[in-house]
Design a protein around this ligand. Structure first.
Ligand SMILES: Cc1cc2nc3c(=O)[nH]c(=O)nc-3n(C[C@H](O)[C@H](O)[C@H](O)COP(=O)(O)OP(=O)(O)OC[C@H]3O[C@@H](n4cnc5c(N)ncnc54)[C@H](O)[C@@H]3O)c2cc1C
Length: 486
């Protein structure tokens, strides 16, 4: 049996690695339009590199009056734990030598001012009562908060009342470096083939039931045949789905949201003073992916600060693709859905358009609101981030991701953008379970799965504190993440 994967981002590469480990006889080819792995949204600076485990993102704990919902946060935390199990397995087997090449311990903090202090207090109370967040700390003490996140507090007037939480075991992840190392392991050790410079234009089913994959490789038309196909092509998954003739294709359309960051290189010594990712509260009307945050990033052993994201309305499927690619992916039947979203979410569209035209000065002013005086301390430059294509499903805009698998289990695809790379091993495990259940059926396969994922059941992790702690401590140890004082 052969599996063709379209896209060598973190999703496609994780799926290939996992599938081949589970079933070494599976023939796997990845087709990638760029010249290397992890060069799209997964590359280091096209995303913010937060290892999302719901420690610090207020949008994962929505509040309604006095009631805060932590369900989403619990799920994301459990998914991230499963992700860390997979990455720890890659370290344990020697597939990746040094965890520091892709994952670095970084405090995860949330900071809010006066009007949101009560919300943060309730959030802390609810979350820290659960074993997932038992080490979270809360403070309203100016000096204590300053000791956690000096760059956000140093020049802030003491009269400003602030509150913050900290989780010491958060992470910064270079998803690009992780993807590159996984791809090298998949090719050199597991026998996966990757064909770079191969842009898939259309996929359709032949009368024999196999998928015909039509692509252009370095200017020449090529064709591949697949028993099973997985499209992990980021925003590029939408046009391929549209041309697939699968019955559910008409239910989906894409809503593109671009982004920019402010970025500055900093020295190792400066990074030592601010080993944190600090998330604030999104402005009213801003989409959840626009929560402002100031992040320490570690990329190829060098240190950077990143602030943003500044969302933008860019009608593109991927950052380096043209307007025409997006427009030609729209079908007549998508137009009512797009109009519906534009009308129902008019404040969002207005917000995105206004953000698109924001100049460097306004970006720096926003940075100073978040971290007073920081704009002058470093030499900041605006940089373009990746492109998200959010899902419009049955006319409704959705902010998450969705795995679709055809009824005959020969076509799978991932649509949407968030929380994405952080939870990719868990999401790809579920995808593989749906798409190729046969790879899990033998006793040897079940044993192999336990070896890779000692505990992948999200309910067990959520409801059995001792089991969770056992797994957490083992994987953190493997990945070089330590709870101070533990
Ligand atoms: C601004 C921003 C900030 C983010 N911050 C975070 C964060 O802090 N933490 C986090 O976990 N996630 C974050 N994300 C999300 C994260 O980047 C994505 O979830 C993740 O990179 C998606 O991986 P992927 O493999 O699906 O897509 P990609 O990495 O984009 O890979 C898709 C690949 O498919 C290829 N492709 C596309 N079309 C075709 C075709 N037709 N033929 C052949 N190849 C094709 C592309 O070239 C690309 O290499 C952020 C995203 C953005 C945009």
């Amino acid at each position: 049996m052969n599996l063709i994967i379209i896209g060598a981002g973190i999703m496609g590469t994780t799926l290939a690695t996992l599938a081949k480990e589970m079933d070494p006889d599976l023939e796997i080819t990845i087709l990638e339009r760029l010249d290397g792995p992890g060069a799209g949204n997964s590359s280091a600076f096209w995303n913010a590199g937060t290892g999302h485990e719901a420690n610090c993102e207020l949008n994962y704990t929505p509040v309604d009056e006095e009631v805060i919902s932590v369900e989403k946060a619990l799920k994301i935390h459990a998914q991230f734990n499963v992700a860390k199990q997979f990455w720890a397995h890659l370290i344990e087997t020697g597939a990746i030598k040094d965890p520091k090449t892709f994952i670095n311990q970084t405090k995860h903090c949330t900071i809010v001012s006066e009007s949101a202090i009560e919300e943060l207090r309730i959030r802390f109370r609810e979350m820290s009562a659960h074993h997932f967040f038992e080490h979270m700390r809360y403070s309203e003490d100016f000096d204590e908060i300053k000791s956690w996140i000096p760059y956000v507090m140093e020049e802030r007037p003491r009269s400003q009342k602030m509150a913050a939480t900290v989780v010491e075991t958060g992470t910064d992840v270079n998803f690009g470096a992780l993807t590159e190392q996984m791809a090298a392991h998949a090719v050199n050790d597991l026998g996966v083939r990757i064909e770079y410079g191969t842009h898939v234009k259309r996929v359709h089913k032949s009368p024999t039931g196999r998928w015909i994959v039509e692509a252009v490789s370095k200017g020449t038309p090529v064709q591949h045949k697949a028993d099973v196909l997985f499209v992990g092509a980021g925003g590029g998954a939408f046009p391929l789905l549209k041309k697939s003739h699968l019955p559910f294709r008409n239910r989906f359309a894409g809503f593109p949201v671009g982004g920019r960051f402010l970025q500055t290189p900093i020295s190792e010594e400066q990074a030592g003073q601010y080993r944190a990712k600090t998330y604030g509260k999104a402005k009213v009307g801003a989409p959840p992916m626009s929560v402002p945050h100031l992040d320490l990033r570690v990329v190829n052993g060098k240190h950077y600060l990143l602030f943003g994201p500044f969302a933008s309305f860019k009608p593109r499927l991927e950052r380096d693709r043209g307007f025409f690619d997006y427009v030609s992916s729209i079908r007549l039947h998508d137009i009512p859905s797009l109009l519906n979203v534009a009308m129902e979410h008019f404040p969002l569209v207005k917000y995105l358009v206004s953000e698109t035209f924001k100049g460097e000065k306004s970006m720096l002013d926003e940075l100073d609101d978040f971290a007073p005086g920081l704009s002058k301390k470093f030499d900041w430059k605006p940089v373009q981030a990746g492109q998200r294509v959010q899902i419009i499903k049955d006319g409704d805009l959705q902010m998450g991701t969705e795995i679709l698998v055809s009824r005959d289990k020969t076509y799978g695809t991932l649509l949407g953008a968030s929380p994405g790379a952080s939870v990719s091993p868990e999401v790809m495990l579920r995808c593989l379970e749906h798409l190729l259940p046969s790879v899990f059926s033998s006793e040897a396969a079940r044993k192999k799965k336990k070896e890779i994922f000692p505990e992948d059941d999200l309910n067990t992790l959520t409801n059995q504190p001792e089991r969770y702690r056992e797994i957490r401590d083992a994987v953190n140890n493997q990945l070089g993440i330590n709870q101070p004082g533990a």
